[in-house]
Design a protein. Structure first.
Length: 125
């Protein structure tokens, strides 16, 4: 099986093995238990000058971010909806990473965790 993708302005071909042990032995992706601590209300304030898109623009078809703001810019940010990008599952995936200024200074313990199989490859339980 082959997958054709577009990366860096070029076509690439990725071979796929449906019988590969990592695929057939996949046990799922653990997630943190839900808690209201990681559901936050806020207000969207647009920048005066449009900023370039960071995450999402690097990979065609990839979208990130909350839904459009409600009236008066009200938003709810639910970190439990955080999902892993493909690079969490394999070292061979291409994933856009956020610029440093978009990273939070706290560990967010909500949403998907590292897949079980990656723990095994990192020597963790």
């Amino acid at each position: 099986m082959l997958e054709v993708a577009w990366r860096g302005g070029r076509d690439i071909v990725r071979p796929r093995r449906p019988d590969h042990p990592l695929r057939t032995g996949f046990r799922g992706t653990p997630a943190y238990p839900p808690t209201l601590r990681w559901v936050l209300d806020g207000r969207y304030v647009p920048f005066d000058v449009p900023r370039p898109t960071t995450v999402g623009a690097a990979v065609e078809g990839l979208a990130h971010g909350p839904a459009a703001p409600a009236a008066q810019g009200r938003v709810t940010l639910d970190f439990h909806r955080a999902t892993n990008l493909p690079c969490a599952y394999t070292d061979f995936a291409t994933c856009p990473l956020p610029p440093v200024e978009n990273r939070l200074p706290v560990a967010v313990e909500a949403g998907e965790k590292l897949p079980y199989e990656r723990h095994a490859s990192a020597g963790q339980p």
